[in-house]
Design a protein around this ligand. Structure first.
Ligand code: PCA
Length: 321
């Protein structure tokens, strides 16, 4: 009897308070650490707002494809979303600071970069009718290859997987053919024999179980791209102040938690690749020098095309070191 009463009380209580429902779209798998972090964020918001705001997370490109999520949230088709910042460069070139090769080499660098990038990104988001909530980096980007790579000449005429404009430009600089493959389809593309190499995190290699085809991983630490979670600004402003506060507090907790999760899975996943038989190496001295040179060329092109905002980030980034 008492149990029945309690059960009824618990099942009814959230219904009484649930006033606003948001949909949050992401293009990554439910089990990926970014998505687990987003789910925890949603639960924290629901608890802190006593059920006044319920955020339903839709993973795996199910609601909208990764690249379409910002537009969908802008148009209010979903109230919230997550995407990879570097996919936004068309309307927001400064978001590309995340994927310039060999600028951000550690989590400490990534933190410094985000602190400088954040005010600019928040401004751009606000002008698009979006509110940027938090950003979390992927583990460092390494080089995966089916065959051993000794120098940049080994990429000529091969097929390289790309996931954003920066990886496209890098593949072009290496003389490789670009094959755009969403993260959740890497395994399929490899099994179908469509790829020879890719630059992504060891974690992405683990999630896609790339060991069936890929034999080599080089920990080149090329960059640390970030995912960003954002909401429709109007939807946010329509919330009562206390609920808004619950969202921003949960967001800053999610940011701290996400960075710790990223760092923890970074080394774990390199170990996992090794256990699955992938040869984990450093780049040869020749390849290392060539890639650094490529990175410098990429940076020069990038600063030239982005202009003022690039300097706002890079000048302090290099002087604060
Ligand atoms: N994984 C994602 C983005 C960066 C990463 O490590 C991908 O490969 O698409």
């Amino acid at each position: 009897m008492i149990r029945a009463f309690l059960l009824a009380a618990f099942t009814v209580a959230p219904m009484v308070h649930a006033q606003t429902q948001w949909k949050l779209a992401t293009g990554y798998r439910a089990e990926s650490f970014h998505t687990r972090n987003v789910v925890q964020f949603a639960q924290d918001v629901e608890r802190a707002s006593s059920g006044a705001l319920r955020i339903e997370v839709h993973a795996n490109n199910a609601l909208f494809k990764l690249g379409d999520i910002p537009q969908a949230v802008q148009e209010g088709k979903a109230q919230a979303g997550e995407t990879i910042m570097t996919s936004l460069v068309k309307g927001m070139p400064i978001a590309g600071a995340d994927a310039i090769p060999f600028v951000v080499r550690s989590y400490a660098d990534a933190r410094r970069m985000w602190d400088l990038q954040r005010p600019l990104i928040e401004g751009h988001f606000a002008r698009k009718g979006l509110k940027a909530l938090y950003a979390v980096p992927w583990p460092p980007q390494g080089l995966f290859s089916i065959t051993p790579v000794r120098s940049s000449a080994d990429f000529k005429g091969t097929r390289m997987r790309t996931y954003n404009p920066a990886t496209v430009r890098i593949a072009e600089m290496l003389g490789a053919t670009t094959v755009d493959v969403p993260m959740v389809e890497v395994n399929r593309a490899l099994s179908a024999g469509q790829l020879d190499s890719m630059i992504t995190s060891a974690l992405t290699g683990v999630e896609n179980q790339v060991w069936g085809q890929i034999r080599h991983y080089y920990g080149i630490n090329a960059w640390f791209p970030k995912n960003i979670v954002f909401v429709n600004l109007q939807a946010f402003e329509a919330l009562p102040p206390a609920v808004r506060q619950a969202v921003t507090t949960a967001a800053s907790e999610a940011e701290a938690r996400g960075w710790a999760m990223s760092q923890a899975v970074a080394d774990e996943s390199v170990g996992e690749l090794q256990r699955k038989g992938i040869k984990v190496d450093r780049a040869s001295a020749e390849l290392d020098t060539e890639l650094k040179r490529l990175g410098e060329r990429f940076s020069r092109e990038w600063v030239r095309s982005v202009g003022g905002e690039a300097n706002q980030i890079f000048i302090p980034y290099y002087t604060q070191r």
